[in-house]
Structures are given as C-alpha cells and as structure tokens.
Design a protein around this ligand. Structure first.
Ligand SMILES: CC(C)(COP(=O)(O)OP(=O)(O)OC[C@H]1O[C@@H](n2cnc3c(N)ncnc32)[C@H](O)[C@@H]1OP(=O)(O)O)[C@@H](O)C(=O)NCCC(=O)NCCS
Length: 162
C-alpha cells in the first residue's frame, strides 16, 4: 500500500464540516491522556479492519496528544492520529462502521491535518493508504500517491519478515 502526499497549504477549512456535525450532536475534540485506555480499547474492539491500537497508544503518549476523537452523547465514535509511526505522518484514522458515510471521517481528517499545518509542516504524508481508502483521501484533501513508496518505511515491520 503506497503512501500519499497532502499539500497542507491548500487544506480546506476544517470548521464547516465540524459545524454540520455539531448540529447533529457530534463533536470533534483533542484527546486527553486520561481517556487513553478507552480510546485504545475502542481501536481494538470497534474497528475491525486493521491493527491501529498500537499507533493510537503512541498518539496518546504525547502531550498534547497527537489524536482527535469524535464523540456523540458521551460515546466515542471515531479517532484520527498523527506523528505516531514517523514525524509528519498522518494516521491512523477510523470511524466505527455504523457511523460511516456521515462526514465524521472528513472532519477528523481535516482537524488533524490543520494541526499539522499549525505545527509548521508544508506537507503531510498519509502512511500506508490502502486501495479502499485512497479515494477518501483524494476526495477530502486532494492527496496524491507517492510513486515507489510501497512498502516505504513499513518494510521493517516484524510481520513483513523482510
Ligand atoms: C476511511 C473512513 C475513516 C472514512 O470515514 P467516514 O466517516 O465514512 O467518511 P466521510 O463520511 O467523512 O466521507 C467523506 C467523503 O469521502 C467519501 N468516502 C468515504 N470513505 C470512502 C472510501 N472508502 N472510498 C471512497 N470515498 C470514500 C464519502 O463518500 C464522502 O464523500 P462526499 O465528498 O461526497 O461527501 C472510514 O471508512 C473508516 O473508518 N474505515 C476503516 C478504517 C481505515 O481503513 N482507515 C484508513 C487507514 S489508512
């Protein structure tokens, strides 16, 4: 799965997406360390696709946390993280399956990338973007695939055996 590049200087304004969600009782917040166990557990138990919990744990070990959460009525429904596997890398991001397709992923993505822009980065790298989600990144933030980036930094993962 290749990495993707996002131009942070052309990032869409994040707050419009958040206002629409707030009208439906969904709020995007920067995660806090006391919620670390709950967010990591959510990543383990509610997100079936991949092994995100280790990276979420790293995001929450930093202060301020490199993690945003989406919450509705006091219940966690999604997260986005950055600077977990490498500096300037975005990810992982996930929304629990029943909540997908309602703009939560876009709002979580935009808020995390806007924070990376405020940190001074000109570009963000979306690490290991699967074929099934590349279109999400293209659509929301104009991300483009980085040629020759597979497996990139992930070549040294234990489970790749390389
Ligand atoms: C990817 C994910 C976070 C998207 O969250 P979401 O809340 O469903 O996304 P949104 O509703 O905000 O979608 C925003 C736009 O992207 C589109 N979109 C969402 N997922 C898409 C996908 N997989 N492929 C193509 N387009 C997609 C939506 O149709 C919407 O388009 P619009 O401009 O017409 O409104 C969610 O599907 C998810 O959690 N997937 C599993 C975890 C995962 O694979 N994460 C990525 C790791 S690299």
């Amino acid at each position: 799965m290749p990495d993707m590049l996002v131009k942070l200087y052309e990032l869409p304004e994040p707050y419009e997406a958040e206002r629409a969600l707030a009208a439906r009782g969904v709020y995007i917040k920067r995660a806090l360390a006391p919620d670390r166990s709950e967010i990591v557990r959510f990543a383990y138990t509610r997100i079936e696709e991949t092994q995100f919990a280790d990276e979420v744990s790293v995001a929450l070990a930093q202060t301020p946390a490199r993690c945003y959460i989406a919450e509705r009525e006091g219940r966690l429904i999604g997260f986005s993280c950055f600077e977990t596997t490498a500096p300037d890398f975005f990810g992982p991001i996930a929304v629990e399956p029943p909540e997908r397709g309602r703009g939560v992923g876009r709002a979580l993505l935009l808020r995390a990338l806007a924070t990376m822009r405020e940190m001074g980065y000109g570009y963000a790298i979306i690490g290991w973007a699967g074929e099934d989600v590349a279109a999400f990144y293209e659509r929301c933030v104009g991300a483009t695939r980085i040629p020759g980036s597979e497996p990139g930094i992930y070549a040294r993962l234990v489970r790749r055996g390389g």
